[in-house]
Ligand binder design. Structure first.
Ligand code: FMN
Length: 515
């Protein structure tokens, strides 16, 4: 019996080994044939020099180039090295969103020597915990039929449904509602997913007027009234320009224009959705104020605009015109977007070179408003890489009334900075409409992360404020921050930015100068 069993098992083993041997020979043979075919293809083609000169092996270059992005991010890049956001910045958001401790050990990995480094001025007698207060609420558009008292200092910046996936918008909507902050719809119109969670909404009007356009693509008062009738829609933001692509309209690649998005926007399915690079009806400061007044009177709600600052002459003309027309004519808020802001898709030449970064444009714009006595009337919303508490606190010191972030919230949703937002292949489901990839983004769990991110952000901005000796973040002033200069020594922000005067007094203003 045992002998028979041994004979049977040894013959089975031999059979298995035989099959494996055949498979091995088949595998090596196929590999050899594949290499020969690739070799012939490479030496006979004329498009790629590397493949022609180094057949087969030259193909690895493309693979390594692609893999390099991932290897650098995970293995080689130092904590403070990557762009647009380094690992230290991202880690803070990931941990804050998961409500884990954001403490770090041993010592700072931030180099405090380069010029431009911001340092806060600690007070000899910091604010005691029991004297600390949360950031106070602020009312935007007090003269409107329906002013908006915004509860949160930190809010979600415009990202359209289209650029973002459905579960991402759902998570932001629920999370913003739980955190008590506003959610800006971006320029892609109002989707049911924006409304779903019950958050306060800012409806953005882009140059294509998605969601509020008539059949000829012009702004429709009737559609504006319909949108304003949603009690959740608290304000309207007219988008003049966006940090990543000033002078270019929104771009939604055709691969992301699904039937649902096409119907919300009123555009054909699968075709690139490209907005005009300017509102055709706004070509002067007077047009801008007229448009703001029109939207405000139709909707009864606060209206502001979003812009990247390049030249400041037009801001000067705008302020002067507001003073002439009266304070009621002013925009209720201005969102200043940084030149290094994010986007779903933009030309590199605009992304890398156009407009001023926030560290330059925010102080200039705040000073401009102050010079004309408009700073209380027109609230300033700062936007651009303010994803950690220290950057947000800097913006408050400079004079911002509110902070908004887009990519900070993308990180809270799980974004890994794969830089694929324009390809419909986002691996975390944040910016793709591929249902398989969206599966990873569970909206309710991620909504909680959005809530925690806002709460921890506000808490830690408060920690900075208290260390500076003030009770709450809105009390931060320029004297509370310093900036390292070229000689390695720091100067206080209030000394760095001299008080600006209206252009008349500077005698430099040329009324005919364009922009
Ligand atoms: C995926 C994505 C989509 C965006 N869509 C819009 C948009 O529809 N309208 C807009 O004004 N800005 C849009 N932005 C820009 C952001 O609102 C914001 O101004 C910019 O990213 C700077 O903020 P951040 O550095 O916190 O991301 C988008 C940004 C991203 C990353």
């Amino acid at each position: 019996m045992i002998r028979e069993w041994l004979v049977f098992s040894s013959s089975s083993l031999i059979a298995v080994l035989e099959v494996l041997a055949y498979l091995f020979v088949f595998f090596v043979g196929s590999l050899f044939i594949a290499v020969v075919v690739l070799y012939v293809l490479d030496v006979t083609q004329t498009r790629h020099a590397i493949r022609r000169n180094f057949p087969v092996i030259g193909r690895f270059r493309y693979l390594f180039e692609r893999m390099g992005e991932f290897f650098r991010q995970y293995f080689f890049a130092m904590d403070r090295e990557e762009m647009p956001f380094n690992r230290a910045q991202r880690q803070w958001v990931y941990r804050a969103a998961k409500n884990l401790s954001t403490m770090t050990a041993f010592g700072s990995t931030r180099d405090l020597r380069p010029s431009g480094t911001v340092l806060f001025v600690n007070c000899a007698y910091p604010t005691l915990g029991e004297d600390a207060a949360p950031a106070s609420e602020l009312t935007i558009g007090p003269g409107c039929a329906a002013p908006y008292t915004a509860p949160s200092l930190f809010n979600v910046s415009g990202m359209s449904y289209g650029a973002l996936s459905k579960p991402a918008v759902q998570a932001l909507s629920h999370g913003a509602a739980m955190a008590g902050c506003w959610l800006n719809t971006g320029e892609g119109g109002l989707a049911p997913w924006h409304l779903e969670g019950g958050a306060d909404l800012v409806f953005q009007i882009g140059t294509a007027k998605y969601g509020v356009r008539d059949s000829r693509g012009r702004l429709s008062d009737a559609r504006l009234r319909e949108v304003a009738a949603h009690p959740q829609v608290k304000m309207f933001e007219l988008k003049l320009s966006q940090g990543a692509k000033p002078g270019k309209g929104g771009i939604l690649p055709g691969a992301k224009v699904t039937p649902e998005i096409a119907s919300i926007r009123g555009i054909p399915v699968g075709v690139d959705s490209i907005s005009p690079n300017r509102h055709p009806e706004i070509e002067s400061e007077a047009d801008l104020l007229d448009m703001i007044e029109r939207i405000r009177s139709v909707t009864g709600k606060p209206v502001g605009f979003k812009a990247v600052i390049g030249s400041t002459d037009w801001l000067d003309r705008l302020c002067r015109l507001i003073v002439q027309r009266g304070l009621d004519s002013a925009p209720d808020f201005i969102t200043i977007d940084s030149a290094d802001g994010g986007t779903g898709a933009a030309p590199m030449s605009l992304m890398d070179y156009m407009g001023l970064p926030l560290r330059e444009s925010l102080p200039v714009s705040v000073d401009q408003l102050r010079a004309y006595g408009l700073k209380d009337r027109v609230k300033v919303v700062a936007s651009g890489k303010l994803i950690n508490p220290a950057e947000a606190a800097w913006a408050l010191c400079v004079g911002a009334d509110f902070i908004v972030s887009a990519r900070g919230f993308m990180f809270a949703l799980g974004c890994i900075q794969a830089l694929n937002c324009d390809k419909n292949t986002c691996p975390t489901g944040v910016t793709t409409h591929n249902p398989r990839l969206q599966k990873g983004l569970e909206p309710h769990g991620k909504a909680l992360r959005v809530k925690h991110y806002v709460e921890n952000m506000c808490y830690e901005i408060g920690v900075i404020a208290h260390a500076c000796g003030v009770r709450e973040p809105r009390a931060l002033r320029r004297s509370h921050a310093r900036i390292v200069t070229e000689n390695g020594l720091s100067v206080p922000l209030d000394a760095l930015y001299e008080a600006r005067k209206p252009a008349d007094e500077q005698k430099t203003f040329d009324n005919d100068a364009a922009c």
